[in-house]
Design a protein around this ligand. Structure first.
Ligand code: UTP
Length: 293
C-alpha cells in the first residue's frame, strides 16, 4: 500500500524563546547561528531533503528576520557581485530557491497545538511534516524522510521517538506502544511530561512528526488547557483513537538547541565534526588550560 509522497512541512516558530532571554528579546531563537547557518536553516534543509517543496512557517512578533532570511536580498547580492564575490552571492540566492515559503501569523503564543492549528489554511494535503527546529538532527537519511518511508508503507501518522533516561522523561511526551520490529511501534497511548516515577516508559517524542490532516479536527476539539494553551499531545491522543499512529526510533544524532547550555553543546559538537574547525576548538580549550584538569 504506497501512500502519497510528502510535499509540505510546517515550522512553528512563534514561541517566545524565554529560556534564551535576553538574546531572544528581539532576535528569533531560530535565527541564532549554529556555526555559520541559523538553526532554522538546518530544519528547512531536512524538510527539503525529505521531499518537501512547500515550507509553511507559523510566525509571531519579532520573527521578521526569518522571512527576510529565506527571501532574496537584492542590495547585498548586487554589492557582492560588484566586488566579484559571485560564489558568495550564488550561495545566498540559493537559500531563497530551495523551496516555496509561506507564512501565517499566530497572534498570541497559545502553545504548540494552537500554532499547528494556525497553519491549517496552508496545509490542505492528506498529511504533512511538522518540524520543531530547536532540534537539529544530524543523520545520513533525513529524519522526516525516515518517517515518510514508514508512512508510504503503512499510512497513518508517524512520530520520531528517542529512548531517554528515566530522569529525563518529565521533559517530553512519552508514548506506550506495541513493537512491530526495526524500531517501529504502533502507539497505543501517550502522556505529556509525566512526573518522575510516573512515566509509562522511556520512549520520548522529539521534534519531528508526520501528521494526518485529521489532526486539525482533534486540535479544534482539544480546546484550551493549562495557561489557555492548546496541547498537541491531547490532539494526538484523539487521533490515535481513530487512526493508526506509529512511532519510529529514528537513526541520527539530535542536537537540542533550545537552551543556552544545549546550544553551546551543539555548537561545540558541530565544530568538532568539522575538520577545519576541530583544531581551532581544541586549541582554544588547550590555551584556556582546561584540558586534562
Ligand atoms: P518551546 O516549547 O521550545 O517554546 O516551543 P519556546 O517559546 O520556543 O521557548 P521557551 O520555552 O519559551 O524558551 C516548541 C516550538 O513550538 C513553537 C516554538 O517556536 C518552538 O519552535 N511555538 C511554541 C509556537 O510556534 N507557538 C507557541 O505558542 C508555542
Amino acid at each position: 500500500m504506497r501512500k502519497d509522497p510528502l510535499h509540505k512541512c510546517l515550522f512553528p516558530v512563534a514561541g517566545l524563546g524565554t529560556r534564551f532571554l535576553p538574546a531572544t528579546k528581539d532576535i528569533p531563537k531560530e535565527m541564532l547561528p549554529l556555526i555559520d547557518k541559523p538553526i532554522i536553516h538546518y530544519g528547512v534543509e531536512e524538510a527539503v531533503l525529505s521531499g518537501c517543496r512547500d515550507i509553511v512557517f507559523v510566525t509571531g512578533r519579532s520573527k521578521r528576520s526569518i522571512e527576510d532570511y529565506f527571501d532574496r536580498s537584492t542590495e547585498l547580492e548586487q554589492l557582492l557581485e560588484q566586488r566579484g564575490q559571485n560564489e558568495l552571492r550564488d550561495n545566498l540566492v540559493r537559500i531563497s530557491e530551495i523551496a516555496n515559503f509561506a507564512y501565517v501569523r499566530q497572534s498570541e503564543p497559545l502553545g504548540l497545538g494552537h500554532a499547528v492549528l494556525c497553519g491549517e489554511p496552508c496545509l490542505n494535503d492528506s498529511h504533512f511534516g511538522l518540524i520543531l527546529p530547536d532540534d537539529v538532527i544530524l543523520s545520513e537519511k533525513p529524519v522526516l524522510g525516515q518517517l515518510a518511508e514508514v508512512h508510504s508503507e503503512r499510512g497513518g501518522s508517524v512520530l520520531a521517538l528517542e529512548e531517554v533516561s528515566w530522569e529525563e522523561t518529565s521533559r517530553y511526551g512519552i508514548v506506550e506502544g506495541l513493537e512491530l520490529g526495526n524500531g517501529l511501534f504502533r502507539i497505543t497511548d501517550l502522556v505529556e511530561k509525566p512526573l518522575p516515577g510516573e512515566a509509562p516508559g522511556r520512549l520520548a517524542i522529539i521534534g519531528r512528526y508526520l501528521l494526518s490532516g485529521s489532526i486539525f479536527r482533534h486540535l479544534r476539539s482539544a480546546g484550551a488547557g493549562v495557561n489557555g494553551e492548546i496541547q498537541l499531545t491531547d490532539a494526538l491522543k484523539g487521533l490515535l483513537a481513530e487512526e493508526p499512529v506509529f512511532g519510529l526510533l529514528y537513526k541520527g544524532e539530535r542536537l537540542d538547541c533550545g537552551t543556552k547550555v544545549d546550544w553551546l553543546r551543539a555548537t561545540v559538537k558541530m565544530a568538532l565534526r568539522d575538520p577545519e574547525l576541530k583544531e581551532f576548538v581544541l586549541d582554544i580549550v588547550r590555551k584556556e588550560g582546561c584540558l586534562g584538569r
